[in-house]
Design a binder for this molecule. Structure first.
Ligand SMILES: [Zn+2]
Length: 145
């Protein structure tokens, strides 16, 4: 088994180097660099294959990458990179959560607007939860009679 590895030192984005350095069929995140700036961040469940496609398309000069144990963890790292590098990356849309994961970006949730919306949503959808708590509370009182 290949040990998990990563490179945060920019490497030349050419297919042979990707094939040589990036382990096959690993979940990963990556950044594409052009003229010293990160211009794109992404993730893939097949990191090596995705980077080869970018190399063949000549999307950038250099790349950095990291490997992850799950798509969900990769999504969180990708989201962090997306927010941190928002001023330089050309990504048009926010990273998508892994299919069927129902995951949301932990960094969008951290914003005031998002947390406000979340609070309102919780109140609107928590009627039966509140009723259940009341029932428990009443039963709790009964046992002390
Ligand atoms: Zn976000």
């Amino acid at each position: 088994m290949t040990a998990l590895q990563a490179s945060l030192r920019p490497l030349r984005l050419v297919p042979w180097l990707v094939r040589t350095l990036v382990p096959d069929r690993y979940i990963g995140t990556y950044a594409l660099h052009q003229h010293g700036d990160v211009i794109y961040v992404g993730r893939s469940d097949d990191l090596r294959q995705r980077l080869i496609v970018h190399a063949e398309d000549r999307r950038a000069d250099f790349f950095t990458y990291d490997v992850h144990k799950s798509s969900l963890h990769a999504f969180e790292v990708e989201s962090a990179l997306y927010h941190i590098l928002a001023d330089s990356v050309t990504n048009q849309i926010h990273p998508a959560a892994p299919k069927h994961s129902g995951a949301t970006c932990p960094f969008c949730r951290a914003t005031a607007v998002a947390s406000m919306t979340e609070r309102i949503d919780l109140r609107a959808h928590s009627d039966h939860t509140a009723a259940a708590s009341t029932t428990l509370f009443q039963e709790g009182n009964k046992s002390h009679d």
